[in-house]
Design a protein around this ligand. Structure first.
Ligand SMILES: [Zn+2]
Length: 414
């Protein structure tokens, strides 16, 4: 009970802080949501909504993969909660079928203890994962055909050298799952003792904060020969993370990620403009880029569009990190395939911000994956760390962060 009161309190605080997605959603439990409706009411209520029919768990050693089956494309938001540490994913416009489990205890993993699933409100299915992980030990992504949400906990980083392999692996997994599902239909007696169990493997465990130089992308480590070197005349998208209805992460003392990212972005815009760059800002004020309360993908696509539709030379997304463990701190730079860009930004940020070096890392982030030009996402510090939250409030930090990003980009285009 105490846990639910804590959860309710966190939700109310979140709503008060952000007036975000859950602000007008009454906290309801799965038990009293659809069951009080008449059958007719119920089927009209769920018309057009995503049916969440099953939740399956796969293990590889300590690593846990959670697969959520939906009837249509899965739109979701994920966030972390503390005390106890847990990850929550809200699947939007969705309803939880009777067939789906409500609680799955997990044994033998140091990362995940339990998964709980509920109808959070009339249009939201919430999945809460009791997990002890760092932010780079979680990877959440949706897959089509059949529609699924995959949540990996543990050693989930994958270097770009393996993108092709990974895609093949996903395809193989899909086919293997299809086959085993068909097999299971034919031979119901042969099911494993855990009906939710599937097999999967996680490739490569990258140590924390390692600069990645994948062997078959060596070319991308080196400075490129730009047709016209220098910043002048380049088109660069500066993406201030979050904004408007999405406040991003919130510090323990109330600092909002969306405010810090905007300040740094505006300062960077100034430096780049002075250097003759055509700067495209995804936002220049506290606003959503797509529209208020858009799904995460719609919002991110609107940002990607700024780069793709304008044939930009580079896309830079600015964020502040956050994690359930308040001790987590430091600077991370994420890339999808341009290691050299990551290195340029990383070296300046580490130098000028002087925070813990968490390295350049590969990430399968939406804005990195879907932009047609070289792209990087930087996490300047941790807003969830009290010391770094205080540092992020300082004008001098905004200046140093913007200067570091500017110098990093300057080096990249040399
Ligand atoms: Zn962010």
């Amino acid at each position: 009970m105490k846990r639910y009161l804590t959860l309710l309190l966190v939700i109310l605080l979140t709503a008060a802080f952000c007036s975000a997605a859950f602000a007008n959603a009454p906290a309801q439990s799965a038990q009293n949501a659809p069951s009080t409706q008449t059958a007719q009411d119920f089927s009209s209520k769920i018309a057009g909504m995503n049916k969440i029919s099953n939740i399956r768990i796969g293990h590889t050693g300590d690593n846990i993969r959670i697969v959520v089956d939906g009837s249509q494309k899965i739109a979701y938001r994920s966030f972390s909660l503390s005390n106890p540490d847990r990850f929550a994913v809200d699947i939007q416009n969705a309803w939880l079928a009777q067939s789906a489990p409500r609680q799955i205890p997990i044994q033998g993993s140091k990362f995940v203890q339990q998964v709980r699933i509920s109808q959070f409100d009339a249009k939201t299915v919430r999945i809460v994962v009791d997990a002890t992980v760092f932010s780079d030990q979680v990877n959440i992504f949706a897959l089509p055909d059949p529609h699924r949400l995959v949540m990996d906990f543990g050693n989930v980083n994958k270097p770009p050298a393996n993108i092709q392999k990974e895609l093949e692996r996903v395809q193989q997994t899909i086919e293997a799952e299809k086959k085993s599902a068909e097999q299971a239909k034919k031979e119901p007696a042969k099911q494993s003792s855990n009906p939710f169990e599937i097999d999967f493997e996680i490739i490569d465990d990258l140590p924390h904060g390692t600069i990645i130089y994948p062997p078959d992308t060596k070319e991308k480590d080196k400075p490129k020969k730009h047709a016209k070197p220098g910043l002048r005349g380049k088109t660069i998208v500066v993406d201030a993370g979050h904004g408007g209805s999405d406040c991003g992460a919130v510090g323990q003392n109330g600092l909002l990620e969306k405010d810090v990212t905007l300040k740094v972005a505006l300062r960077l815009e100034k430096y780049l403009t002075e250097a003759g760059v055509k700067v495209l800002m995804t936002r220049k004020k506290d606003a959503d880029v797509a529209y208020a309360y858009a799904t995460t993908n719609e919002e991110l696509q609107a940002r990607v569009d700024v780069g793709n539709k304008n044939n930009a030379d580079l896309f830079l997304s600015i964020h502040i990190d956050s994690f359930v463990n308040p001790e987590a701190n430091g600077t991370s730079v994420y890339i999808y395939d341009d290691t050299y860009l990551g290195k340029c930004l990383h070296d300046e940020l580490i130098d000028r911000l002087g925070r813990k070096d968490r390295g350049v890392k590969f990430a399968n982030f939406y804005v990195l994956r879907n932009t047609a030009m070289p792209a990087s996402l930087v996490e300047l510090m941790f807003i969830s760390n009290e010391e770094e939250e205080a540092i992020l409030r300082e004008e001098d930090t905004i200046e140093r962060a913007a200067r570091a990003l500017y110098e990093g980009l300057r080096t990249y285009f040399l």
